[in-house]
Design a protein around this ligand. Structure first.
Ligand SMILES: Nc1ncnc2c1ncn2[C@@H]1O[C@H](COP(=O)(O)OP(=O)(O)O)[C@@H](O)[C@H]1O
Ligand SMILES: [Mg+2]
Length: 262
C-alpha cells in the first residue's frame, strides 16, 4: 500500500483573522489549532478522543462542512437542513487534499442519524435509482439504531471512501463495536480514510490507527492506545469496580453484589 492510499484529507488549517472571543473560535481546541497551525491527518484511521465538551463534534462537523458534506450528515450529495446552529468554523478551515479523490463518502452525526434515515427513504422514493439496496435493503426506520448503522457500514461504505464519524458507537453493543472495527479494518486495507470521534476503548484498539487526544487545555496530541483516556479509565474501572466506586461514591462499604467484583 502506498502512502497516497487512504489519505484524501491530509491537513486541516484555520484561516487567520477569526474572532476567538466567541464560539466556536473560543473553544480551547480551536484556539490551539489557530496557534499551532496544522492538524495532520495520516492515512487510514484517525481517532479523536477527549472529554465531553472538548470540541470533538465541533471539529468533525467543521471539517465535514469544509469538505463539502451537509452538516446534518450523509453523503456529500445530501442537501437538507434541519439544524439552525450550524458551526461557522467549517467556513474558516482550509483543507489540504491529496491528489486522489474519494470514490465515496459519508458523514455520520450521531445525534442526527434519524434525519439521514429519513433522507435515505425520501431519496429511495424520489430518485431514479432505488437507494435502499445500498443500505442493506431495509429502511433504517425499520431497523434498530445499531442494526441500521451496521447496515450502513456494511452495505453503503465501500473501498477508497472518506468517512467522518461522530461517536459511531453510540448505538452499538460491544459485539457490534467489534463488527464495526473489523469492517473499518477491511475498508482501510481497501484504501479508505476515516476520522472518528469516539469514547469506545474497543474501537480505539483498531491496529494501525492514530489516536489524537484533546486535553483539558485544548492541546491536541497523539497518544498510544494504552495512554488514551477512554482506555485508561475503562481499564481502571473494570480492574476493580468495587474499589473504584468506593472512591467515586465516598462510601466505606460496598454492597454484597459489588463485593464479588474484587
Ligand atoms: N452552538 C453552540 N453555541 C455555543 N456553544 C456551543 C455550541 N455547540 C457546542 N457548544 C459548546 O462547545 C463545547 C464543545 O462541544 P462539542 O464539540 O459538542 O464537544 P464534544 O463533541 O467533544 O463533546 C461544549 O462545551 C458546548 O457547550
Ligand atoms: Mg460530541
Amino acid at each position: 500500500m502506498t502512502s497516497a492510499h487512504g489519505r484524501f484529507i491530509q491537513q486541516v488549517r484555520l484561516a487567520p483573522g477569526v474572532d476567538d472571543s466567541r464560539y466556536p473560535f473560543s473553544l480551547p481546541a480551536v484556539r490551539q489549532l489557530a496557534g499551532s497551525g496544522t492538524l495532520v491527518l495520516p492515512p487510514g484511521v484517525t481517532f479523536l478522543v477527549g472529554e465531553n465538551g472538548a470540541g470533538k463534534s465541533t471539529l468533525i462537523e467543521a471539517i465535514a462542512v469544509a469538505a463539502g458534506f451537509n452538516p446534518e450528515g450523509g453523503s456529500r450529495n445530501f442537501r437538507f437542513a434541519t439544524r439552525a446552529t450550524e458551526s461557522e468554523l467549517g467556513d474558516h478551515l482550509i483543507l489540504a487534499w491529496g491528489i486522489r479523490k474519494p470514490r465515496t463518502d459519508f458523514f455520520l452525526r450521531a445525534e442526527s442519524y434519524y434525519n439521514v434515515a429519513s433522507e435515505i427513504e425520501r431519496l429511495n422514493v424520489a430518485g431514479g435509482r432505488p437507494l435502499l439496496p445500498a443500505y442493506g435493503g431495509v429502511s433504517p426506520h425499520e431497523r434498530s439504531h445499531g442494526e441500521s448503522f451496521l447496515d450502513l457500514a456494511t452495505h453503503r461504505f465501500g473501498p477508497a471512501g472518506l468517512y467522518l464519524l461522530d461517536e459511531p458507537e453510540a448505538a452499538l453493543s460491544v459485539q457490534s463495536c467489534l463488527a464495526l472495527l473489523a469492517r473499518m479494518h477491511e475498508l482501510v486495507a481497501q484504501g479508505s480514510q476515516f476520522l472518528v470521534a469516539t469514547h469506545s476503548p474497543v474501537l480505539l484498539a483498531l491496529p494501525g490507527a492514530t489516536i489524537m487526544e484533546i486535553s483539558d487545555d485544548g492541546g491536541l496530541e497523539q497518544v498510544e492506545f494504552d495512554q488514551a483516556l477512554p482506555v485508561r479509565l475503562t481499564r481502571e474501572f473494570l480492574g476493580a469496580p468495587g474499589r473504584f466506586l468506593k472512591n467515586l461514591l465516598g462510601t466505606g462499604e460496598i454492597d454484597d453484589a459489588r463485593s464479588s467484583w474484587h
